[in-house]
Design a protein around this ligand. Structure first.
Ligand code: NAD
Length: 367
């Protein structure tokens, strides 16, 4: 049963306490001594179909931090897949470790074996620090994987489609803020110019926005500055800039007490997952400040649409872009629903996703 429980920093401490609060079906700890692989696979909800969601590799400060991350991310996938209109449930995996030094063929293939052991309840794909080359190794051990390179018949890197849906969601929010959706001349800060962020910058550049970029990687900053004329902003200064749109495209929880109190913008619309540190409190704080928030799990759904299109078979990139185009209309509807029902856009989006899960759950009743 998926519930709209509040998930924030004050989650219960015990493992089952957290699982109970968020309503997961299954959480699997994976360990392989020879390769040093440590991973957690979380299957949140399979009402709509197999739980699809990418694998993230990160050097977490603790196992608890990794568990919290995978639980939140997999729950987010349930809502994202539902609102994207996919017949797929929500799941996610995290690998604990250093992506620069630990990834080998054996390491990734062992991970593929763990995915396979779930018999299709969980389907994996890319996320932060997992590339299509890693996916190829995983695919040697399991069919429950998507996001293969285009040269071997896969959908390739989903990031351009993610950037496209994020851009459309941003435009829908802009329409609500300013009465038209043109981004020309708008001051937009893209925080994190990695795979998605850079494609987003390209789209914003085409629309003649005034782009600011921040990242911890000097090379990535140089690239967007040289190629698209983005102005580089140093770390913490980003929250004090006079902006129209803040676009978080790095990691989660950047919308918190401190950042929201400083933010000067009218719209927040970005690709990062779990931007609101506390869904309820920080969603509300944005409303109180008059900032329009385009829910992250809706507007970044282009990537999963692309990955799902490949998993369904007979992949065509144009079809994925066509499906991603729906995001503009859905985002517009959600912002209206939030106003009508006097709830935050995040709550409106989650309610809409939940309504679909409940409706589809009934479709599958035997008679
Ligand atoms: P990426 O690793 O290519 O890019 C992330 C970028 O953020 C990197 O350039 C990194 O240096 C930068 N970064 C890290 N910490 C930072 C900080 N504190 N301040 C500024 N920059 C920082 O990842 P990506 O694939 O572009 O994904 C970005 C976000 O979008 C993630 O939250 C991911 O979960 C989400 N997302 C990605 C996809 C996709 O298709 N790739 C789909 C949906 C959601």
């Amino acid at each position: 049963m998926v519930e709209l429980n509040e998930v924030g920093t004050e989650t219960k401490n015990s493992v089952f306490g957290q699982i109970e609060l968020m309503g997961h079906e299954q959480v699997v700890m994976c360990y392989d001594e020879p390769t040093g692989l440590k991973a957690i696979i979380a299957v949140h909800n399979t009402t709509l179909g197999p739980a699809l969601g990418g694998t993230r590799m990160w050097q977490y400060a603790s196992d608890e931090e990794a568990l919290t991350d995978v639980l939140r991310l997999s729950r987010g996938m349930t809502f994202k897949n539902s609102i994207a209109g996919l017949n797929l449930g929500g799941g996610k995996a995290v690998i604990i470790g250093d992506a620069k030094t630990q990834k080998t063929e054996a390491f990734m293939r062992r991970f593929g074996r763990f995915v396979d052991s779930l018999g299709g309840r969980y389907v994996t794909a890319e996320d932060v620090n997992i590339r299509t080359s890693d996916i190829e190794y995983i695919a040697m051990e399991t069919d429950y994987v998507s996001g293969l390179p285009e040269v071997v018949g896969g959908g390739g890197d989903p990031s351009p489609v993610t950037a496209y849906s994020t851009y459309l969601g941003m435009k829908a929010a802009a329409h609500k803020a300013w009465g038209n959706d043109s981004l020309e001349g708008k001051k937009i800060l893209v925080q994190g110019v990695g795979q998605v962020g850079t494609y987003l910058v390209e789209l914003l550049h085409k629309e003649k926005a005034k782009i600011y970029a921040s990242d911890i990687s000097p090379e990535r900053l140089k690239h967007v500055s040289d190629t698209y004329g983005a102005e580089i902003v140093a770390g913490d200064k980003i929250y004090d800039l006079d902006l129209d749109i803040y676009s978080p495209c790095a990691l989660g929880a950047t919308l918190n007490d401190e950042s929201i109190s400083r933010l000067k913008c009218q719209v927040v619309a970005g690709a990062a997952n779990n931007q609101l540190k506390d869904e309820k409190r920080h969603g509300l704080q944005l409303v109180e400040k008059g900032i329009i928030y385009a829910p992250d799990f809706l507007i970044n759904c282009g990537g999963v649409i692309n990955v799902a299109a490949e998993y369904e078979g007979n992949y065509q990139r144009e079809r994925a872009y066509q499906k991603a185009e729906k995001v503009y209309g859905i985002c517009t509807d959600i912002l209206k629903k939030a106003d009508d029902e006097r709830i935050t856009p995040q709550e409106a989006a989650m309610k809409m996703a939940l309504e679909r899960i409940e409706a589809m759950g009934r479709v599958k009743l035997p008679y």
